[in-house]
Design a protein around this ligand. Structure first.
Ligand code: SF4
Length: 183
């Protein structure tokens, strides 16, 4: 009967004596930079594949973002773009405030978020009031405006897209609602 050979026995035959659990003192002191870190589960902010990510952090500081090996979508992997998510979060040049360029202006201004939300709401109302169509010239009821559009991003989930469709379509009468749907 053939004896089952282990990796250690094969090495012993071909290389020589193999110490049990060989480990140098220096090696024994080395540990992962993520050792003891807390980890949260997130989703890649980029495309419609929706890869799961593990977000490692310690003392409120982000350490690393890696592929979630428990995900049935990406199985621990991330594409080059998803792998750069850490760089997106910690990049000091990341834009984190509202930038506004007035009509005819050649430069951007910084504005408070509340100001931007109010302005968007007012422009939506003004445009909808001015362009809403109840009936087409041949008498068909349409109750719509074709002068406002919505373009969603890949991080919007099913529930958010449901609400967007409900508010913008049924509520405001918008026709052009597009998204990169996923999760
Ligand atoms: S890791 Fe790559 S493939 Fe996966 S969601 Fe992010 S961008 Fe898409």
């Amino acid at each position: 009967m053939a004896r089952k050979r282990t990796v250690t026995s094969i090495l012993r035959t071909h290389v020589g004596v193999v110490p049990h659990r060989a480990k140098s003192p220096k090696y024994a002191e080395i540990h992962s930079r993520l050792q003891g870190a807390e980890v949260g589960v997130s989703v890649c902010p980029y495309c419609a594949v929706g890869c799961s990510q593990l977000v490692y952090h310690r003392d409120g500081k982000l350490l690393s973002i890696e592929g979630n090996y428990e995900s049935f979508i990406n199985g621990g992997t991330l594409c080059p773009k998803g792998s750069a998510t850490y760089g997106l979060v910690v990049n000091p040049r990341r834009v984190t405030t509202v930038k506004y360029r007035a009509p005819g202006s050649d430069h951007w201004e910084e504005k408070p978020l509340d100001w931007a939300m109010e302005r968007i709401a007012q422009l939506v109302k003004t445009t909808r009031d001015a362009t809403y169509v109840h009936q087409t010239p041949d008498g068909r009821t349409v109750n719509r405006t074709t002068c406002i559009a919505h373009l969603g991003g890949a991080t919007l989930d099913n529930e958010e897209n449901y609400l967007i469709k409900k508010l913008f379509g049924a509520g405001l009468g918008m026709v052009y609602i597009e998204n990169q749907a996923r999760i």
